[in-house]
Design a protein around this ligand. Structure first.
Ligand SMILES: *Cc1c(COP(=O)(O)O)cnc(C)c1O
Length: 427
């Protein structure tokens, strides 16, 4: 029943490395062949073999209204008819920027880019430009895209300068990145002892790239204090959580404020959009107002802006969506937990707004090392594979979060839980 996907994958592998344009899509950590998608509709994905899935990935977050939302579709089509790109300013950019700025008390200006990777890369350059410092602190397990200085792994130990985690990244670039353990205050303090040249901390305040692992309030407070004490800036990478965790992103449910916020995913509603934002003082350092260079031929692309704008306006005029989405997420994970307990399987679950996570583990992990140590990856792989066969499409790695959209119904969720019950009997 996956015959066409299997041959599509073989064909793809001949002309695309590993058959995919982003490694996680190859299903390496769960095994099997990735279904090749033909189309989406609301809550569902349809693959080339005609299989239908309830989609709990939603393009890794962007599609909060599910596939083919009529309003977004209409906005994209109408805008596209006026031309796809001009490389000149349009009013749509101002409108989308205004929607974003209005959500955060401490943000005045936004610059649009075309991906989350670009957003974080540019935010770090800005932080370095503003502070005149060079080093950055990143946490193990947080993902901020694939730019050179962020592809680091522990070098001589934690709280010290990282080593490249990928060939092709010069050690000369990662030597400015200190790697610290998430939710570990002592470790973070050591970073500031090991360098007096720290420009910024970059953090996912609610991490969604090692599974769903929120930072504690206490930890974020210390991040803030250490930055203030040492003249560094705090970058909240909200590429995933922005307009997902709440209408005001992670920042809407946390007590701590960042200095620079990065966005992506939901603000493009499925089109390639990223952004970074801060106070007018900080953003004033950016070219052409200031001297920190940053640019993009397709940045602020009108069709992408129209998609994001429609999506954000819909969210703003229906703020109760987040409660509804969270109720669905809670229904899903508490249902999964219930059948896991019934089948004697350790499962840790959590939600933040429309995001959810579950770990096949007996204890709640609070950082990357614990996720790696506590979780049964083999069990997850088998679960994932069997769920796909039953028509439920979860992220293909234990290190990824799940995403609820408005189109997933209570019936979809109930069907998912009873499918999980069946599968867990033999897990
Ligand atoms: C997805 C993601 C990125 C990278 O965004 P791309 O659009 O894939 O480049 C950066 N940060 C976080 C937190 C993300 O979830």
């Amino acid at each position: 029943m996956f015959d066409k996907s299997i041959s599509a994958y073989d064909e793809a592998c001949k002309v695309i490395p590993g058959g995919v344009d982003s490694p996680v899509r190859a299903f390496k950590s769960v095994g099997g062949t990735p279904p090749f998608i033909q189309r989406g509709e609301g809550a569902y994905l349809f693959d080339v073999d005609g299989n239908k899935y309830v989609d709990f990935v939603q393009s890794w977050g962007p599609l909060i209204f599910g596939h083919c939302d009529k309003d977004i579709e209409e906005a994209v089509i109408q805008t596209a008819k006026n031309g796809l790109s001009f490389g000149a300013p349009t009013e749509l950019e101002t409108q989308l920027a205004t929607e974003i700025v209005e959500m955060y008390d401490y943000i005045d200006k936004v610059r649009f880019v075309s991906s989350g990777t670009e957003a974080t890369m540019s935010a770090i350059r800005l932080a370095r430009g503003v502070t005149g410092k060079n080093d950055i602190i990143k946490f193990e397990g947080c993902y901020h895209g694939h730019s050179d200085s962020l592809l680091v792994q522990a070098g001589s130990g934690m709280a010290t300068f990282g080593a490249p985690s990928s060939p092709g990244v010069p050690a000369d670039l990662t030597k400015h990145t200190l790697l610290s353990e998430y939710n570990n205050i002592e470790n973070l303090k050591k970073c500031f002892e090991n360098s007096s040249d720290i420009a910024c901390i970059i953090i996912e305040p609610i991490a969604g790239n090692m599974g769903l692992v929120p930072a504690s309030d206490e930890f974020l407070k210390v991040c803030r204090e250490l930055c203030d004490e040492h003249g560094a800036l705090l970058i909240f990478d909200e590429v995933m959580t922005g307009f997902r965790a709440s209408l005001k992103g992670a920042s809407g449910i946390l007590k701590t404020q960042g200095d620079i916020i990065t966005f992506g995913k939901v603000i493009g509603a499925g089109m390639p959009v990223g952004a970074f934002a801060a106070s007018k003082e900080i953003m004033g350092h950016l070219s052409p107002e200031g001297t920190v260079y940053q640019a993009g031929t397709l940045s602020g692309n009108p069709v992408a802006m129209a998609a994001g704008l429609t999506s954000l306006r819909k969210l703003k005029s229906n703020p109760e969506i987040y409660e509804t989405l969270n109720a669905k997420a809670v229904k899903l994970v508490s249902g999964l937990k219930e059948v896991a307990i019934k089948n004697n399987i350790g499962l840790q679950v959590d939600t933040r707004g429309s995001m959810f996570g579950f770990f096949f583990a007996d204890k709640v992990p609070t950082n990357f090392k614990e996720v790696s140590e506590f979780c049964d990856f083999q069990r997850f792989g088998k679960f994932h594979h069997e769920m796909i066969k039953k028509g439920f499409y979860f992220a293909c790695s234990q290190y990824e979060a799940g995403f609820m959209c408005t189109e997933i119904s209570d019936e979809d969720i109930e069907a998912c839980i009873s499918a999980a019950d069946e599968i867990m009997k033999n897990l």
